[in-house]
Design a protein around this ligand. Structure first.
Ligand SMILES: Nc1ncnc2c1ncn2[C@@H]1O[C@H](COP(=O)(O)OP(=O)(O)OP(=O)(O)O)[C@@H](O)[C@H]1O
Ligand SMILES: [Mg+2]
Length: 351
């Protein structure tokens, strides 16, 4: 079914919104035609001058990052779930979710239904924090496993495997034609943020005098990430005592990006063992790598090579990694009325 056709479904006063609440970015798609992604960050002015400059008590998304020199930035999600450590993080999480819902295009009097993606193995406590916040903002909400929503979006709900490489987590999920039980899903903590950390440490080991932080490391990674054989040496301009220096970081990049692979292979192997042996050839033809980490050059080839012992493996890269989970969430919300939502995840509101 085309996206256009789907957007015509639902009654006029129902806003259905798919939200992928990610560690680094939040994606939103609604049945009113809205499609947006923004950084999961909230900026608060450091003092009264900042309040005057900003003209508001806080700001959400890229604009907060751009004004970071006079804002205190809060990233309320960690490893894909809301940090509960202190009330400031909870408040920031509320602002991120409110911002996402406000983007959905609801008018006063509309009923808002939200399908929210969470990491595959988010705990009951993690899910209830998301739902508690959602309860203040929408009428009905359900939290659903992120890689399952990716599979839903691609129509790969049977004999397939999704590997979602995000910032905070890699989520792996085996699809067997039903809602995946916990044992068919794995959440790994070494993901994009871990690569940034490893890359920064690797660069500092080799070039101790350069000025680098995690944001710079992430930018370099997003421009040059690769595993396996490099297409060309990776050379980047950094600064030492304020002066530009050209650094070759080919090996450091490869080492950092490949550092997440062993855990992924271990997780995939554990899930493969849980399929019927006669289904395995089909499963191995139906592996999808999703999440923005799928943009690491060479990742599908390296994973396929590591799984060669299982037979012929075909690994597809997601076509729309920023929006796959949110698209799957919207599709699910449009195809299944809320009376079924308690079968797909924990929910709040009328069922
Ligand atoms: N071109 C690229 N090469 C490598 N990594 C990339 C690239 N573009 C983005 N990334 C990384 O992908 C990660 C973000 O992916 P995604 O948006 O799927 O995660 P998220 O949903 O925010 O996080 P999570 O799913 O863990 O909560 C970040 O670590 C980002 O640096
Ligand atoms: Mg994600």
């Amino acid at each position: 079914m085309s996206d256009d056709k789907l957007q015509q479904q639902g009654t006029d006063n129902q806003v259905i919104v798919g939200i992928d609440l990610g560690t680094s970015q939040t994606s939103v798609i609604s049945n009113r035609g809205l499609r947006r992604v923004f950084q999961s960050v909230v900026g608060y002015p450091k003092d009264v001058i900042g309040v005057r400059l900003l003209g508001a008590p806080f700001i959400v998304g890229e604009a907060a990052y751009e004004k970071r020199s006079f804002l205190e930035l809060r990233y309320p999600l960690q490893e894909g779930v809301i940090k509960e450590a202190n009330s400031k993080d909870l408040t920031a999480a509320r602002e991120v979710l409110k911002y996402a819902v406000a983007l959905a295009g609801a008018a006063p009097g509309d009923e808002i239904r939200a399908i929210i993606s969470v990491p595959a193995r988010a705990s009951a406590g993690d899910k209830s924090v998301v739902l508690q916040i959602a309860e203040e903002i929408v009428h009905v909400a359900v939290v659903v496993s992120q890689p399952f929503l990716v599979a839903y979006h691609y129509g790969k709900l049977y004999n397939s495997l999704v590997i979602d490489i995000g910032a905070g987590t890699v989520d792996v999920c085996a699809l067997k034609g039903m809602m995946p039980p916990p044992d068919d899903q794995i959440t790994l903590k070494k993901a994009g943020n871990y690569i940034d950390q490893r890359l920064m440490e690797g660069i500092l080991d080799r070039y101790p005098d350069v000025q680098i932080n995690l944001n710079i490391a992430r930018g370099i990674k997003e421009a040059h990430a690769f595993v396996g054989k490099p297409a060309a040496p990776v050379q980047v301009e950094l600064r030492s005592n304020g002066l530009p220096v050209l650094c070759d970081i080919t090996e450091e990049m490869r080492t950092a990006c490949e550092a997440i692979v062993p855990d992924i292979i271990e997780g995939v192997e554990a899930l493969l063992k849980r399929f019927q042996p006669d289904d395995l050839p089909k499963v191995l033809q139906n592996v999808i790598v999703a999440g923005c980490g799928c943009r690491i050059t060479g990742i599908s080839d390296l994973l396929a090579a590591k799984l060669r012992a299982y037979g012929d493996v075909k690994i597809a890269l997601a076509r729309d990694p920023e929006f796959d989970a949110a698209s799957g969430a919207l599709l699910m919300g449009q195809e299944l009325p809320p009376k079924f939502w308690d079968q797909i995840g924990e929910m709040i509101g009328e069922s």
